[in-house]
Design a protein around this ligand. Sequence first.
Ligand code: AR6
Length: 187
Amino acid sequence: MKTNARINQTIIELIQGDITQQDTDAIVNAANSSLLGGGGVDGAIHRAAGPELLAETRTLGGCLTGDAKISKGYRLKAQYVIHAVGPVYSRGDSSVAELLKSAYRRSLEVGIENRIQSIAFPSISTGAYGYPLEEAAPIALRTICDFVQSNAQLKQVRFVLFDEQTLKIFINTLAVLSKQHGDLRYE
Ligand code: AR6
């Protein structure tokens, strides 16, 4: 099960897999504000990249929630890791949606500044940070679609979802979004 769609010059892919194995120019890490590693995707990326990654992230001075910082990829196939900090979910708090959106947008902006053409995202905040997938997936996909519509540099944006249920929700969400987003085409 996978889905490929296109907005203008950008292919948007939804696949099930492990983000540490991706060969895109950059992979995005669902990090915390310390940028010093953790569990989930963060732990997997640090293990796969090797100790040089932590040595570099120690020098970055942390990262605010909703922001992103870039490092090299070391032993990963990807040249860069973009460390994005999503919000801890809190029901009824309207700021979490803005912060999640910002974590995705800032990742794209930081990537563009570093001339990347392809990027792979995990589902930010929907693991340890508790963001419900049904709420997070539309924010993730809409933010990416809106960004690439007005930015021609990115050729490929891949969501790498760890389990089948998460992939299903992203696929269903993209189908809903495609009805509202005139430029989105399935391949
Ligand atoms: N590849 C792709 N997706 C993965 C992988 C992987 N290798 N491993 C887990 N996921 P989480 P968060 C999925 O908890 O919610 C860390 O400790 C996972 O199934 O990694 O943003 C950080 O240091 C889920 O769908 O990130 C922070 O303290 C998604 O990735 C905190 O967790 C995100 O789960 C960040 O929490």
